[in-house]
Design a protein around this ligand. Structure first.
Ligand code: ADP
Length: 288
């Protein structure tokens, strides 16, 4: 399952034999597996033979930032990241997925609200990282709208047009939307965000604690994260209630959700094309 050169490199790095490797499914970008080492310990391995190996170094940095926020969310501990030939990899603690307990979703909502109370002076981050395998620019801005337009919309929109996934005519709708943003987005201080928080990037561990992984962290408008959680089916109503009890949100969020979600939808258009491009067009066309 693991490429030979990677297996050899990991064994040398950890000074242990890999006695078994089982594929783990569920990821959308990388290959993943559960490793058992000669001392009986188990780890989660991700690797990618084609993407920029720096992706995993940035993932480790993101996980470490989330961990340092100490919010009641479980964040996997990274053992090592590295590269051999052009294959990047990340090894982290293997976390056993468990069942949701009666309080799990409530604690998850409260913990995410705590995460969002970690503030910075500017939107962005001190380094760029990745969303999926696409570069994510975190150049800092004082103002959310300027960050959203220049670091989130424009690079992804340009990539989608350049690769023929979206027609250049859609750019007119985006321009018109940019002009309306001051009346749409409420003011917020920059919050620490996981940055890619959909249903595939969390689970509850065997004690029922919410575990989040595979982040694309930055300091952003917290509604951006909440909108993202709604994109592919949404989280439970107890989760949202618990979040809002700790950290209320401004009225009429439902009417802004689609605009925030242009970012993940553009990213999905660039990664996978297809019907995501049509969803982007439908939202953008509201701004004729
Ligand atoms: P990708 O980068 O390809 O999207 P993910 O990081 O989302 O991959 O991981 C793929 C799947 O592996 C997840 O959906 C989850 O079920 C599982 N997983 C992720 N991290 C761990 C971990 N530390 N321990 C056990 N399983 C994990």
């Amino acid at each position: 399952m693991i490429p030979d050169s990677l297996r050899h490199h990991i064994q040398q790095t950890l000074d242990q034999e890999i006695v078994s490797a089982q594929r783990v499914s569920g990821g959308s970008i990388n290959e993943a597996g559960k490793l058992t080492l000669s001392d009986g310990s188990e780890y989660f391995l991700k690797w990618n033979t084609t993407a920029d190996p720096d992706m995993f170094t940035k993932e480790e940095k993101g996980l470490s930032l989330l961990k340092s926020a100490n919010t009641g969310l479980r964040i996997p501990e990274v053992l090592v990241t590295g590269q051999t030939d052009s294959t990047g990899f990340l090894i982290q603690e293997f976390i056993i997925e468990g069942e949701k307990h009666s309080q799990s979703a409530i604690k998850f909502g409260q913990a995410l609200a705590n995460l969002h109370q970690q503030r910075a002076r500017k939107f962005g981050l001190d380094h760029h990282n990745y969303i999926g395998r696409l570069p994510q620019s975190n150049t800092r801005h004082e103002d959310w709208i300027s960050f959203f337009i220049n670091e989130r919309m424009k690079p992804q929109l340009q990539m989608a047009i350049d690769t023929g996934k979206l027609s250049s005519s859609v750019a007119t709708h985006f321009k018109s939307m940019y002009n309306k943003l001051p009346n749409i987005f409420p003011d917020e201080e920059p919050s620490l965000l996981h940055g890619d928080l959909w249903g595939g990037n969390y689970f509850y561990d065997d004690s029922g604690q919410a575990t989040i992984y595979d982040p694309a962290v930055y300091y952003g408008h917290r509604e951006m994260e909440l909108a993202f959680t709604h994109l592919f089916g949404g989280f439970s109503s107890r989760f949202y209630k618990a979040y809002k009890d700790v950290h209320p949100i401004e009225p009429e969020f439902d009417q802004r959700k689609d605009i925030y979600n242009l970012y993940p939808l553009l990213v999905h258009t660039n990664l996978f094309g297809g019907h995501y491009a049509r969803q982007v067009e439908t939202i953008a066309k509201q701004f004729l």
